[in-house]
Write a protein that binds this ligand. Structure first.
Ligand SMILES: Nc1nc2c(ncn2[C@@H]2O[C@H](COP(=O)(O)OP(=O)(O)OP(=O)(O)O)[C@@H](O)[C@H]2O)c(=O)[nH]1
Ligand SMILES: [Mg+2]
Length: 405
């Protein structure tokens, strides 16, 4: 592996241990010393980086005194601290762990070994070895399993403890990950982004010990931040699944109503027709948002297109959306005209075509929505179009004019 115990100055160390720290005076020194000892014992060249958010208990000074490089980040937050620590890291591999003695730094060589055997990211799994008093009941049996389960439902990461703070990653994968979360949800973001970029993520069991000092975690606020991150990174779960379900229900209801099918021996009433129409409009709106959100993720945020989006890209253009929208709009206007014709036919007398009117309204609304959503998708598409970079003086016409002076 070509390791050397000394951190050869400008040379890239093998490992950067990055520790986020907010007022951990009780434990930060011992954490830094343990990490340094482990690196030394195993002949791993490395550096310890403590990412501090202006701790007011002297943690920063204590960390520096114990041999760490201290990075100060004025923006508060677990994610902000990691982003600053990662930016300062020089090692080929990054190992992360808390500053509270909950993690055993003696695990570092196992994390490194997994990276060397081909993993891009390695995540500890605490759930099988939680020492007494290390994790509150709420986190152990509800918070962690529910949030990790939800993450796996949406992203299929296969990671059992998505919030474990001891993990490792290849530093050259950072540009691909494009991490940006500032709070505790940073832990989930790393896993979600790794899955989206098809990185190889492995895990193994580690111990979780009771922390020293006060916890910085706020169960409900931070739990909600994790949940928000999981949702906003998955337009499929957030919009597409509920949107399609609502749309299907609405269309089914409209079909039953227009075809005058009896349900459990009863005729479909106008009230149910109106409710179905509303469901259809809302469903169509949410599906349009789903498509726009996916397109935005790919065009503006640089995510990989899924198969459906890639197919749409190849085969559909703005004009297809405009034509589809216009056809619906015209059909709606046509049904409206038919109602007027019926009315005229009855000599402007009694008229009771509510169902047809509802159908016409749905067609007009969804048609107009399709037209403007198609334009909106085109606007999002502008984000992926590269504008040519024109270094001054490269335009041939200008050169010719200049040279002819
Ligand atoms: N720099 C910085 N570090 C933070 C911030 N919030 C938490 N940390 C550090 O991040 C690590 C994780 O925070 P903890 O309070 O241990 O949260 P936790 O591990 O989820 O919960 P516990 O099980 O109670 O330890 C610790 O090393 C904290 O000092 C922050 O806003 N800024
Ligand atoms: Mg902790």
């Amino acid at each position: 592996m070509g390791r050397s115990v000394e951190n050869g100055g400008a040379a890239e160390p093998e490992v950067s241990v990055v520790i986020p720290c907010l007022n951990e005076a009780q434990s930060i020194e011992s954490c830094v010393r343990s990490a340094l000892d482990v690196l030394r014992e195993h002949g791993i060249s490395g550096e310890i980086i403590v990412a501090d958010n202006d701790s007011d208990d002297g943690s920063g000074e204590l960390a520096a005194g114990a041999g760490a490089t201290v990075v100060r980040e004025t923006r508060r937050g677990y994610g902000s601290a990691y982003l600053a620590g990662f930016a300062a890291a020089r090692g080929r591999y990054i190992i992360t762990a808390d500053a509270d003695q909950t993690y055993d730094f003696a695990e570092i060589p196992r994390f490194v070994a997994q990276l060397e055997s081909g993993a891009d990211m390695v995540i500890g799994n605490r759930m099988n070895n939680i020492l007494p008093g290390a994790m509150p009941w709420l986190h152990r049996y509800i918070g962690n399993p529910v949030l990790s389960g939800f993450l796996n439902l949406l992203y299929r990461s296969g990671v059992h403890d998505a919030h474990c703070g001891m993990r490792a990653l290849r530093r050259d994968k950072l540009p691909v990950l494009r991490l940006r979360s500032t709070g505790m949800e940073f832990a989930s973001e790393m896993v979600v982004r790794a899955v989206k970029e098809n990185l190889t993520v492995t895990e193994f069991d580690i111990d979780y010990r009771p922390r020293e000092g006060d916890s910085k975690l706020s169960s409900f606020r931070d739990g909600w931040r994790h949940l928000k991150l999981l949702l906003v990174n998955s337009p499929t779960a957030l919009f597409m699944v509920p949107g399609l379900a609502i749309l299907a229900l609405g269309l089914f209801g409209i079909a039953l109503s227009i075809l005058d099918v009896s349900v459990f021996g009863h005729q479909w009433q106008i009230h149910a027709t109106i409710a179905s129409a509303l469901l259809t409009v809302v469903g169509a709106q949410v599906v349009a948002l789903a498509v726009s959100a996916r397109a935005f993720a790919v065009d503006a945020l640089g995510e990989r297109p899924d198969r459906l989006l890639a197919w749409g890209r190849r085969n559909l253009r703005l004009e297809h959306g405009l034509v589809a929208g216009a056809l619906m709009l015209l059909a709606g206007l046509g049904v409206g005209a038919a109602i007027v014709a019926i009315w005229i036919d009855r000599g402007f007398g009694e008229l009771s075509e509510e169902r047809l009117l509802v159908l016409a309204s749905v067609l007009v609304i969804v048609g107009v929505q399709t037209i403007f959503s198609s334009f909106f998708l085109s606007i999002i598409g502008l984000a992926k179009e590269e504008s040519p970079s024109w270094p001054s003086g490269t335009y041939k016409g200008v050169e010719r004019r200049r040279s002819s002076v």
